[in-house]
Design a protein around this ligand. Structure first.
Ligand code: MG
Length: 372
């Protein structure tokens, strides 16, 4: 099989309740800059990354794919995933201008499309191509009830609904209000409504500085919180190490790290307890697998962040022995030929061949934005 062309797309898909916010971002749509990798066999690989749905920066990602990665891939065998990953990631002119952000998100979209092709060619779901077994059990936690812009009643009602009606045993809520005592009141209210048996995660999205992080994160232990996610600025290794040593609640992070090297540093310094690679921000499945290996070898649980809303990383989670908990948000699932299925808070293994990324035509028609 030979790659004949790369065709990019940008989708902007509406989020829950016309808009959500955490301590750092307010969005109305989820952005999906992505690529269709065409081959001489007629098979097409689909890959995408996840963004703020900001068209100008989404176009930087798709133009990187079209202008820089396309010429490296046309004429190549798409099944040689690792070799092609290295060819793109270590291409000297590109390495010079970026080893994080636009370059790796574009690389992620292409790498995912290549893995999609590889699994389609094998006639099996990607988790099987990656070595997964039928009876792997992956718990799923839902983040879509805990947004910071939701009032207390909506927050509590959503937490109750997710647990009592949808069967989740793990949920995440945002923190990082202007007044931190409000955060504590909200966490207390959610803990009270879901009861002691449900895992409750909190996420500050990099908002706090050290004194406040020590104060607030130090008090989360009173509510039996599973982890505090991104308490400090994303790149602050020493700060996370200091905080992790000072508080009882474990620290989770990784969604804003763009390379294996960054993860290795946090892991080696013990600045993270729950490791959260995101295949759509790292360079795809290839690099997310490497991060998961390093974390697993260090004895740390791997819980992928869902820049893909879990659609692709479901496969990674089934296949990798270090992953047994996966984030899920339902915004984009109906864009795909095989939407992710979750029952009673557990992932149902995808059945169709590929990475689960094949878009339905109506999603392309309805949510597409012009790539240039
Ligand atoms: Mg987060």
């Amino acid at each position: 099989m030979i790659i004949t062309s790369l065709e990019t797309f940008i989708l902007h898909v509406p989020v829950t309740r016309d808009g959500i916010a955490d301590s750092t971002h307010s969005i109305t749509h989820w952005g999906m800059p992505g690529v269709m990798v065409h081959t001489d066999s007629g098979k097409v690989g689909y890959g995408f990354t996840g963004t703020h749905a900001h068209l100008k920066s989404d176009r930087l990602i798709t133009s990187c794919i079209e202008d820089c990665y396309s010429e490296l891939l046309v004429g190549e065998n798409p099944l040689e995933t690792e070799r092609l990953w290295s060819k793109m990631a270590y291409h000297p002119p590109l390495q010079w201008v970026g080893r994080a952000g636009i370059l790796t998100m574009a690389l992620a979209a292409v790498d995912i499309a290549l893995w999609d092709l590889k699994a389609k060619e094998a006639g099996e779901p990607l988790w099987r191509t990656l070595g997964g077994v039928d009876d792997a059990e992956v718990e799923v936690y839902n983040t879509d009830g805990g947004w910071l812009n939701f009032g207390l009643q909506v927050l509590v009602d959503d937490a109750r609904r997710l647990v009592e009606e949808e069967g989740y045993q793990s949920i995440k809520m945002k923190v990082g209000k202007e007044d931190f005592t409000e955060d504590l009141r909200r966490v207390e209210a959610v803990r009270e409504v879901v009861g002691p048996g449900v895992k409750l995660m909190t996420d500050a999205n990099g908002r706090w500085r050290m004194p406040l992080a020590l104060e607030v994160a130090g008090r989360l232990k009173d509510y039996d919180v599973q982890w505090i996610e991104e308490p400090l600025w994303h790149d602050d290794v020493c700060g996370h190490v200091e905080l992790a040593e000072a508080i009882e609640t474990p620290v989770a992070l990784g969604e804003m790290l763009y390379s294996l090297a960054q993860f290795k540093e946090f892991i080696a310094c013990r600045g993270v307890h729950f490791v959260q690679p995101d295949a759509t921000r790292l360079g795809g499945i290839t690099e997310a697998w490497q991060v998961s290996d390093v974390a697993h070898a260090a004895g740390l649980p791997v819980t992928p962040h869902a820049g893909d809303m879990a659609q692709v990383q479901a496969h990674l989670s089934i296949a990798h022995p270090g992953i047994n908990l996966l984030e899920f948000i339902p915004w984009i699932k109906d864009c795909f030929v095989e939407p992710l299925r979750i029952e009673d808070g557990k992932l149902r293994a995808p059945e169709q061949a590929g990475a689960g990324t094949t878009l339905i035509p109506v999603a392309l028609e309805r949510f597409s934005k012009p790539v240039s």
